[in-house]
Design a binder for this molecule. Structure first.
Ligand SMILES: C[S@@+](CC[C@H](N)C(=O)[O-])C[C@H]1O[C@@H](n2cnc3c(N)ncnc32)[C@H](O)[C@@H]1O
Length: 239
């Protein structure tokens, strides 16, 4: 997932969400008294959010499962640290906040609908957070308005075509992604299939509360509205 060409295209054409959400997220952190310290950016992609956080005075550790994304992120910022790893297993150091923007947790399979892998991630985040720290993420709670037969977008040296269909159960959205990237005068064609899982709001809330978080759910990050069916979560470890 997010191999070299799709990582390049995501970086070139799909970082707007992170750039627009970053100021809202920074306001939220400051509103909770988190003005400095380490922010762990899980599923950091090519590092757009990390750049804003560094600019705002935070230390940043970006973690992503894609080696290509980590390479891009490292090439863009020498002040943030980046590491390849999966949120299902990677260690989370002591920190002020853990963030996972843009449906990152949806990539974690949940075969029996028990949130087992996510529960472990939430518990590790809770342990790593200092009192008063925040876990902030968004997830897909409904795939209903997110399907389409084909959408395309292009830049000067790339193009992408995506089809999105929901499982009959409605528990996942599958995206068929075909990329075209200009290399040495010719276009290279690649394909990836992404399955983004749909979680129930009640299950996520209950799981976080059982761990000890105070939980609020929203349809936006501040002024930044989410895509239809997405929910933002702000989970606080009690001070
Ligand atoms: C839609 S992109 C979002 C990237 C970035 N957060 C942003 O807003 O631009 C999803 C990212 O999650 C990463 N990802 C998917 N599964 C992951 C996992 N299990 N652990 C860590 N990162 C993961 C992908 O490699 C990809 O970079």
């Amino acid at each position: 997932m997010y191999s070299t060409d799709l990582a390049y295209i995501h970086h070139a054409g799909f970082n707007a969400f992170a750039h627009r959400t970053a100021p809202e997220l920074i306001d939220m952190l400051r509103g909770h008294g988190i003005r400095r310290g380490l922010v762990v950016d899980v599923g950091c992609g090519s590092g757009p959010l990390a750049a804003h956080l560094i600019e705002a005075g935070y230390d940043v550790l970006g973690i992503d499962a894609s080696a290509a994304m980590i390479r891009l992120a490292r090439s863009r910022s020498s002040r943030a640290k980046f590491r390849r790893g999966s949120l299902t297993a990677t260690k989370i150091p002591r920190c002020a906040a853990v963030v996972a923007l843009n449906e990152v947790i949806g990539y974690v399979p949940d075969p029996r609908g028990r949130l087992s892998a996510l529960r472990k991630f939430f518990a590790r985040a809770y342990k790593a957070l200092r009192p008063g720290g925040l876990l902030v993420f968004d997830f897909m709670a409904s795939a209903e308005r997110r399907t389409y037969s084909a959408k395309s977008r292009s830049g000067s040296d790339w193009a992408v075509v995506v089809r999105a269909s929901a499982d009959r159960s409605g528990r996942a959205l599958t995206r068929q992604i075909t990329t075209f990237r200009k290399i040495g005068g010719k276009y290279r064609k690649m394909h990836e299939t992404h399955r983004v899982h749909v979680y129930s709001q009640a299950d996520i809330q209950e799981t976080l509360r059982a761990i000890g978080f105070r939980v609020r759910m929203r349809r936006s990050y501040g002024q930044m509205r989410l895509l239809p069916g997405d929910v933002a979560v702000v989970a606080e470890k009690s001070a």
